[in-house]
Design a protein around this ligand. Structure first.
Ligand code: DAS
Length: 329
């Protein structure tokens, strides 16, 4: 019997066409049309298309990601459903994929897919990418590997993938790690599996978290704005090992006094932030002022993770050791 795959469409260039009046690509293609544009899709699996939204991915928000996650997980509880595919704009695809991965306990595959060329462009990449995403979602090999990103024949783990080029079709990469598999004509080939996934299950997404990039010469300006906004957490994207301008440190003090969790991430593509150094602005210094280490994921991903964790365990904002154990994993 043919496997069933549910395709959730959210929008993105994959579902866009050129509009002469507006002079650019705009959302134009329905979920049904998307599936119809893929020759041979019906031979891979029984497809059910559900339109979740049709927006450019700059409109994605953590709240929408949470709703999408809940919708997918409910669909996957149906024993007749083998896996899910999500079509998504590539701009924030790595955020939504990571968010879905954080909440994905089922062993069934969820594949997130996009396209760099619009549906009306010459040689659109969307149809081939959708074909491959369904191929992966319907495969036994993809089971128990969390949320996967499938584009340009390659399969990436959600926690490792980044959009690396603003326009090229070969844009998704997993810096330092590489893809975990690829799609071939007859089957899906995996060579690695992501390790160390931790799954959370907050009832609602209640926590707010701001992401603040360290900038050379920066003081407490943005930290003070976040404190005034009464966020529950702040992720600072530091340099290299997580070092930040020393003039930001008094802002960490003020945030911690207000009960706001402060997490240090790195703007480097890979590697963990760590208290290697003891000079002003180092992670050692930030930690002495109440901040904690995040993980080797991007600042944006650390932000989403902190939102999820503080939504599930609000009291951890004032338990730095326990919070760090969850964040740096
Ligand atoms: N249109 C952009 C987006 O929605 C880019 C894309 O989808 O490739 O993210």
């Amino acid at each position: 019997k043919m496997k069933k795959v549910v395709v959730f469409t959210t929008g993105g260039t994959i579902a866009m066409k050129y509009d002469e009046k507006q002079g650019g690509l705009v959302p134009a293609v329905s979920g049904e049309d998307l599936a119809k544009a893929v020759p041979g899709l019906d031979k891979l699996a029984e497809i059910e298309v559900r339109e979740f939204s049709n927006v450019a991915s700059c409109n994605m928000s953590p709240e929408r990601m949470f709703k999408l996650s809940q919708t997918i997980e409910v669909a996957l509880t149906d024993p007749s459903v083998a896996g899910a595919v999500v079509t998504h704009g590539t701009d924030t695809l790595e955020e939504t994929s990571y968010f879905l991965d954080l909440l994905h306990a089922s062993e069934k595959p969820v594949c997130v897919v996009g396209a760099m060329r619009g549906a009306s462009d010459t040689s659109p990449d969307g149809p081939a990418n959708i074909y491959q995403a369904v191929q992966v979602a319907a495969s036994c090999e993809a089971k128990d590997k969390g949320v996967l990103v499938v584009l340009n024949n390659l399969i990436h783990a959600a926690a490792q993938v980044r959009k690396t080029h603003s326009a090229n079709c070969d844009t998704f990469g997993s810096p330092w790690w590489g893809p975990i598999g690829y799609c071939d004509q007859d089957r899906v080939v995996f060579r690695r599996a992501p390790l160390g996934r931790k799954v959370f299950n907050p009832e609602a997404l209640t926590a707010t978290v701001d992401l603040i990039p360290a900038e050379t010469g920066l003081g407490t300006e943005y930290l003070d704005v976040a404190i005034a906004r009464k966020v529950n957490g702040i992720v600072i994207e530091g340099f290299g090992r997580g070092n930040i301008p020393p003039a930001m440190i008094p802002g960490i003090d003020r945030a911690r006094k207000a009960g706001i969790a402060v997490v240090i991430a790195t703007r480097a593509f890979a590697g963990r932030p760590y208290e290697t150094y003891a000079y002003p602005g180092s992670v050692g210094d930030s930690k002495a002022h109440g901040a904690i280490r995040g993980s080797e994921a991007s600042g944006a991903q650390n932000r989403l993770k902190l939102m999820v964790i503080l939504s599930q365990y609000p009291n951890l904002a004032n338990e730095p050791k326990e919070l760090e154990a969850l964040m740096d994993s």
